[in-house]
Design a protein around this ligand. Sequence first.
Ligand SMILES: [Zn+2]
Length: 132
Amino acid sequence: MSGANETFFTVVGCMDGRVQKAISEFGRTKFGAEYPDTITEAGIAGIIANNPDPKFVENLKTKLLVSIEKHHSKGIVVDGHQECAGNPVDDERHKEDIRRSIEFIRNLIENKIPIIGVFVVRNDESWQAEEV
Ligand SMILES: [Zn+2]
């Protein structure tokens, strides 16, 4: 399934291309793992925190379990970010959506691996990951 030296972490995050680099770097450092398994939707924290459709949840769980059981993921990053087209709420509400998503995923995977929330903010022309 994966090479002996290949290590993974999991991202449950927005599809927005502007935040992917910051999230990958954050996850690599935080979990000491190389490759992000990436599960995305537009504004995913807003979806998970607000009574998600059962089919969406089933699909999310299937992907998380592949990452955890086949790739032995070291941990999960749940992200949100400023200027999000998919979850256009203010920063505090978005961070609350991330916190609620963490709890939701923790239950879904029966607390198998660590989960960390990250909010990505604009810093001039670059994007910076901040732990929630
Ligand atoms: Zn977004």
